[in-house]
Design a protein around this ligand. Structure first.
Ligand code: PLP
Length: 411
């Protein structure tokens, strides 16, 4: 018999993770298993292995220190390399001492929320949002998420009004609003937010005395014409910079999700001290840290890798949207990330979220297609689905064909 706490935590596995592992148990293969699952539910960039393989399999420098216990919030040398990388690519000075390196952005989010929130505190989140926030930000912190739904007419972008309303709703419900959390660039939609929108969010935080956690894990995955603005870059005049905490990691831009390396940046002394302590429970292996230290040391490799990676994402996005256009399936334009936010509302078998779930079941059972429905991202409007495309082009083509066949049948 396990404890009540273990039971509570065990029930909280995000739907994104369970769908991924179910689909991967029987993956599609044109030759070996053409009836297998097509996994377009997981935000992984699988288009980079040819670039990564030579680097990851080459002999590398490893010293005795690299296999000893290091600081559990990241070795000094890796934090210096990450600080230099972020300073170079984002044009904002970052100090290595303000970084906490842990096992994945997931752990960084958990640590940031736990360091900031007590049970009964509220975290305000523009919706739709990355579905695992539900678990990552609340399971240990025992904070509650309160949605600030975006407006369809503004392509569900975060809005100051919605955030302000959500703060007031939280207070009416007896909760203590503590922070705003947003993914920027956005997941699931793939928007890159302009400085004006980011400043609007900071203004609401300032008005209500909130901190802001910006999950910027997709910062190196911008492929459109928009330019990424780090939230910290616009904080100065609006919110004290130590109230902005940034999460990033190696899972997306670097295409290394399985290495599970995430980073929290904070200049708040107390939060950083707490985060360093909490890192004790989620450290990164010293071998992985040594590997990343070597990657980041080679600036020209890193820069050209990220440039090629963005160009491939652009091609991948053009390919999938071309297919969707061919079948007249609607979607919102994206300029970052690995997914397209697709509108299947014309095909829902019944109204509302029950219809969205029913169509999702058919996609899973009959088309053997893993894409996640909007309800998993707390989308305020039914009928939207997140379709990830940064995988083998033939698989994407097969997936869109299967989707279109099922929708035709649904009509
Ligand atoms: C916005 C966002 N944050 C965090 C994560 C998780 O990152 P990691 O695998 O480094 O824990 C993801 C992965 O999909 C994500 O999309």
């Amino acid at each position: 018999m396990v404890s009540r706490r273990a039971l509570r935590l065990a029930q909280q596995s995000p739907a994104i993770a369970s769908a991924h592992f179910r689909a991967e148990q029987r993956p599609y293969s044109p030759d070996l298993d053409p009836g297998g699952y097509l996994n377009l539910g997981t935000a992984e960039n699988c288009l980079l292995w040819d670039l990564l393989q030579p680097r990851l399999t080459a002999p590398r420098r490893l010293t005795a220190a690299d296999i000893r216990y290091g600081p559990l919030y990241g070795t000094a040398v890796l934090r210096v390399a990450i600080a230099a990388f972020l300073t170079r690519t984002q044009g904002l000075p970052i100090a290595a001492d303000d970084l906490v390196v842990v096992s994945g952005a997931t752990a960084a989010l958990d640590i940031a929320a736990t360091a900031l929130c007590d049970p009964g505190d509220a975290i305000i989140v523009p919706a739709p949002y990355y579905g695992a926030f539900d678990v990552d930000l609340t399971a240990r912190s025992e904070a509650r998420l309160v949605d600030a739904p975006g407006d369809r007419d503004d392509q569900f972008r975060p809005s100051g009004q919605a955030l302000d309303r959500a703060v007031r709703q939280a207070r009416c419900a007896g909760l203590n609003p503590r922070a705003i959390v947003l993914a920027s660039p956005s997941n699931p939609i793939g928007h890159v937010y302009d400085p004006g929108l980011l400043r609007g969010i900071l203004r609401i935080a300032a008005a209500h005395g909130l901190d802001v956690i910006a999950d910027e894990i997709y910062a190196s995955s911008v492929f459109g014409l928009d330019t990424f603005t780090p939230l910290r870059a616009v904080a100065d005049a609006v919110l004290p910079p130590d109230k902005v905490h940034t999460v990033t990691g190696f899972a997306k831009g670097f295409g290394l999700p399985g290495l599970k390396v995430g980073v929290l940046h904070t200049t708040d002394h107390a939060v950083r001290t707490a985060a360093r302590q909490l890192a004790y429970f989620a450290p990164v292996s010293t071998d992985t840290q040594a590997l990343l230290r070597e990657l980041l040391a080679d600036h020209s490799w890193t820069d050209s890798f990220l440039t090629v990676s963005r160009a491939r994402l652009n091609d991948s996005y053009a390919r999938i949207t071309g297919l969707l256009d061919r079948y007249q399936i609607g979607y919102l334009p994206a300029s970052a990330g690995f997914s397209v936010w697709v509108d299947l509302s014309p095909w829902l078998p019944e109204a509302g979220f029950p219809g969205e779930t029913a169509l999702w079941r058919r996609l899973w059972d009959e088309a053997r297609l893993n894409i996640l429905p909007g309800i998993q991202f707390r989308c305020p409007e039914p009928g939207w689905y997140r379709v990830c495309h940064a995988i083998e082009p033939a698989t994407v083509t097969e997936a869109v064909h299967r989707l279109a066949r099922l929708l035709e049948d649904q009509r």
